[in-house]
Ligand binder design. Structure first.
Ligand code: ADP
Ligand code: MG
Length: 724
């Protein structure tokens, strides 16, 4: 069957698809965390003393002794075997956005050749994958391949079920033999503890006597596309690059705004229920799901959790989205911009910090002006974003997110903070030395007696801000849909730690002169605002006027591409930030720059090669085939003395030739390899390679509008986006 016939058949199969049978879900109380070896299961399985030791480790990070580790391992093994697991695996989070796992059996044989199972404390605590093929950014020579994974007891182990078996998964950190972090979990744990230390300092200085450990929280909203697998599997670009490299805009796109929050198609609804059933069993609190703006686009948002757990759960969610989609005949696209001209996907990272004694320190309460702890923590965030905006831009940088940032759907590549009217006024008053009462929200009156009156939030929302305060947390909206949330969380925790330390130093000095605590706090905040209020912006972040003001008047950086953004990892101030807080050594930070730059270059080069390949072997042949059909029809008609209008044929020939000329230029451009620096190489990929790809695509997309539909070899946007 030719490709174009396959395309037609794909559509008819999809139209006749039925939602797959999913057994009636069991009640939430029965399935919740049933596949997780959490504290309550450990309490059941362990002796009182062992459980107490483990709980202390989980809650305070204190080391676990070897004897207890053995006891925990034995209990974990028994539980896993009872759930049908035969294998265990340390799952870890290398410097890619993916996860990695190496599976080992519980099985060993005894001297009689019989099977017995074994799982000791040392097997639980330490694994040793031959990690030389994970990105390490020169942290290890390839001949010194040793890498260790170590159990993170603060993130519970769980069972992954597949159709053929079940595996005990043990969330782990991943480090080199020399002890350097090779993963995304170690920096996250370190950033959390740096933030905790600095936060404790500030709170104690403000007179709090009972201060529990501070932890950061994260709630991530995941956007994604679902495309029928019949379509996705016949598009090499979707399979290999995760996005369409060709495709002309359909006559109907998202202009009608009729997809956002619309009724969910039945097959998708069944998919979501199936997914949520799995998530609940894994203790992942999936809470919200709905249609998103673009056709075929959806969102799922679990309830927020401690950042380290939320981050592990987020990775697991991405894995399960893909696996479950497959079961339902879909492919789940997590790419930030799978379809040009159609809204892309983000992952809003909602972030707050708090503890058991003071609660959420980013909760202003109803009178923020006299909530000094809140003002100090919120002020610390403002200072952090101002000083480290380029770093925040760098941690969300990827070849794929570049397509989305700055387009009229996603926040710009300029980092600013949105506070909302009420808070903006409070902080402004602090800056000007007058602190007035915060305005209360007032009541919403819709003039509809049947709708109960509700209290209006004191500030509106701002969709255009990359970093917005949303009532009791900040929402980092510029994060891409395929990204791990760890990088953004590390950057936020670390910049907060730095700012809190700055505040603590200033407070100490003020208090030493006998100033009262509240007065000292406001004084410090005034100084902070004088230095950093430039980063606060409540207007339209999409406007070109803001781009001008931000850069020319506010001194903020506009870093449109990853090539512009990634070098922030090399800024002296950033190196100092990470080393002074103990989150990343200069060597560890440098390795991240190397790894992320390499990933950026690789993904653009893979795409460019695909463009060359698809244009040459799929699109050009379709154009030529159409020309040959026209030519043979024209010559038959000439025999009848009828002349066929040649304008379409000329246009097809013109575009096909122009496309192949652009392909030749792109091919040649791919061969360039003499670059003075990684920075120069990235700039070359961002400008030269990307624009040549766009040029090839322009001709190909025009061909799509000219060539007979039944000859077109690739599923079209209209089919992929609208047929479910
Ligand atoms: P939106 O209206 O922004 O789309 P959603 O309900 O989709 O909101 O997602 C909001 C996310 O923020 C959820 O994951 C929610 O649990 C999370 N969240 C709520 N409060 C906090 C908090 N204090 N800290 C961190 N995340 C929070
Ligand atoms: Mg949402």
């Amino acid at each position: 069957m030719s490709r174009n016939q396959a395309r037609v058949q794909a559509v008819s199969q999809i139209v006749n698809r039925k939602p797959i049978d999913v057994t009636m879900p069991e009640p939430l109380s029965k399935i919740w965390a049933s596949d997780v070896f959490n504290l309550s299961k450990m309490e059941e399985a362990l002796s009182k003393n062992a459980f107490k030791a483990l709980k202390t480790t989980v809650q305070t990070g204190a080391p676990l002794d070897a004897a207890t580790a053995d006891v925990v391992a034995a209990a974990m093994k028994d539980w896993a075997l009872s759930k049908g697991a035969k294998f265990f695996s340390h799952i870890f989070y290398p410097m890619t956005n993916a996860t990695a796992e190496k599976h080992d059996g519980f099985i060993i044989t005894n001297s009689d050749g019989n099977q017995i199972t074994e799982f000791t404390g040392s097997l639980l605590i330490k694994g040793e994958p031959d990690g030389s093929s994970f990105p390490n950014g020169s942290l290890r020579m390839t001949n010194a391949a040793r890498g260790y994974t170590a159990w993170d007891p603060t993130s519970p182990a769980y069972i992954m079920h597949t159709d053929n078996g079940s595996t005990l998964m043990i969330p782990s950190v991943f480090m080199s033999w020399t002890g350097e972090a090779l993963d995304k979990k170690i920096p996250l744990l370190r950033s959390n503890s740096a933030m905790n230390k600095a936060g404790q300092r500030v709170l104690s200085l403000m007179g709090e006597t009972d201060v529990a450990a501070l932890n950061s929280s994260c709630g991530a909203e995941q956007e994604y596309f679902l495309i029928d697998s019949n379509f996705a599997n016949s598009r090499p670009d979707l399979l290999l690059a995760g996005r369409t490299l060709f495709g002309s805009s359909p006559a109907k796109g998202q202009q009608f705004d009729d997809h956002y929050f619309a009724a969910i198609p039945e097959r998708v609804q069944v998919f979501m229920q199936d997914l949520e059933d799995k998530l609940y069993r894994l203790g992942i609190p999936a809470k919200t799901h709905h249609n998103e703006v673009a056709p075929g686009q959806f969102e799922i948002a679990p309830y927020y959790e401690a950042a380290n757990i939320a981050s592990d759960h987020q990775q697991l969610l991405m894995t399960l989205l893909k696996l479950t989609a497959k079961r339902h005949g879909f492919v789940c696209l997590l790419h930030e911009k799978p379809f040009a001209g159609v809204n892309g996907s983000g992952k809003h990272v909602n972030w707050s910090v708090g503890n058991a004694t003071q609660g959420n320190l980013l909760d202003p309460g109803s009178t923020p002006h006299d909530n000094i702890n809140f003002l100090l923590f919120c002020g610390a965030v403002i200072r952090g974003v101002h000083l480290f905006g380029p770093l925040l831009r760098a941690v969300i940088a990827s070849a794929s997110n570049d397509h989305r940032l700055g387009a009229n759907e996603a926040p710009p590549a300029i980092l600013s903070v949105y506070l909302g009217d009420q808070l903006e006024r409070v902080f402004n008053d602090i800056k000007e030395g007058k602190l007035l009462k915060s305005e209360v929200g007032g009541f919403m009156d819709l003039g509809l007696s049947q709708i109960l009156k509700f209290e209006r939030d004191p500030g509106d929302r701002n969709r255009t801000s990359p970093f917005a305060f949303t009532g009791n947390r900040f929402e980092f909206r510029a994060v891409g849909s395929s990204a791990s949330v760890s990088g953004p969380l590390v950057a936020m925790n670390t910049m907060l730690a730095d700012s809190l330390n700055w505040i603590a130093d200033k407070l100490e000095a003020e208090l030493a002169t006998g100033t009262s605590k509240p007065v000292a706090a406001i004084k410090v905040l005034k100084e902070l605002m004088e230095g950093h209020s430039n980063v606060i912006f409540g207007g339209d972040g999409y406007s070109s006027e803001w781009h001008r003001i931000a850069v020319e008047e506010r001194g903020l950086k506009n870093l449109p591409t990853s090539a512009d953004a990634l070098p922030a990892f090399r800024d002296e101030a950033v190196v100092k930030l990470f080393s002074s807080t103990g989150v990343l050594t200069p060597v560890e930070l440098a390795s991240r720059f190397e790894v992320y730059s390499e990933q950026y270059l690789l993904s653009i080069e893979v795409e460019a090669k695909l463009v060359v390949d698809m244009a040459t072997t799929m699109i050009y042949p379709a154009a030529v085939e159409y020309l040959s059909q026209i030519a043979s029809t024209a010559s038959s008609m000439a025999a009848l003395n009828i002349t066929l209008d040649s304008s379409v044929a000329s246009a097809v020939a013109g575009e096909a030739n122009a496309m192949m000329a652009a392909v030749a230029t792109l091919s040649a451009a791919l061969d360039a390899h003499d670059f003075d620096s990684t920075e120069a190489h990235m700039q070359y990929a961002a400008s030269t390679l990307r624009s040549l790809m766009v040029e090839v695509r322009g001709h190909a997309d025009t061909l799509e509008t000219l060539v007979a539909d039944d000859l077109w070899p690739l599923p079209k946007y209209s089919e992929m986006l609208f047929i479910k």
